[in-house]
Design a protein around this ligand. Sequence first.
Ligand code: 3HC
Length: 300
Amino acid sequence: KRPAGAPDKALARKVTKVGVVGAGLMASQLALLFARNLRVPVVMTDLDEERVAKGVAYVHAEIAKSLEAGKIGRDRANHLTSLVTGSTTKDGFADADLVIEAVFEEMSVKKQVWAEVEAVVSPECILASNTSSLSITEMAEELQHPERVVGLHFFNPVAVMPLLEIIPGDKTDDAALATAFATGKGLKKTTILVKDSASFIVNRLLGRFMGEFSKIVDEGTPVQVAEKAVAGLAPMPPFVLLGLVGPAIALHNSETLHRAFGDRFHVSPNLQKMVELKKPGYYQIVDGKPVVDPEVEAAF
Ligand code: 3HC
């Protein structure tokens, strides 16, 4: 059964090669997911060799972990490793059927990326944004082919979280949308059709929860006390989740929601401090365990 509003799946285009813009953690997780589940070549790009090498190394290390854990055999591991490559140019996108971006959450950056990608890809290539909060319609408005732009919003950790939000912009056509749903199915995700509004569904709901949690902390309740209060309500403590999402993305999300919906959404001064200090969160992960970062605690 098709999700409500999804177009006829017969319109979906076959995806035989994928481009990924960005080689950060989210982009790397996406590259691995596409290679693993669609079994197609994936080329990752970023601004410099170092970032590209880091992203590709992450993917190859995750494949090696799966091999060591006995989740996949050696042939499959070798094949997967060969599928994911990196480049500092977008030339490898020329024969891609789908390009997904996971770059910085800033509209001007996304627009610039799409303009560069559009200069390389075929007119049929689907352009998918993993934005967590920005408008798909606005992102596509200056392109020659805005009808092939669609939001594909994945969640962290990408390999584990089952949901995929699919967001059409005003001009997205049925072929792009059908390809998005077919791709989501191929990736073994639960797909839902979501309106192009600030932070879509999940981050809007999460924004209220995290915003209220941060407000309680901003008002003086110690983090550990507030976290005890919600133990059992959430799959992980809110500020551990904050580290997983990244303070800069969380702050950006709260600002987008505040702009769209006003004071229902809290922009936390403590979160702003974490971003100014360039900290990965309230906790540092040491040997897989969250340990309070003393500098962040002192700044609160
Ligand atoms: N990468 C890959 N796999 C991971 C992983 C990671 N970072 N973290 C956990 N896993 C895997 C484990 O390997 C394990 O796999 P296995 O069953 O095959 O061995 C499985 O997930 C379960 O892991 P654990 O038993 O260690 O831990 P938990 O049962 O506590 O589950 C969790 C971990 C799934 C991450 C869980 O804590 C959770 O659901 N947390 C909430 C995550 C969440 O809300 N994410 C959404 C954030 S919002 C977002 O991403 C949107 C963006 O736009 C901001």
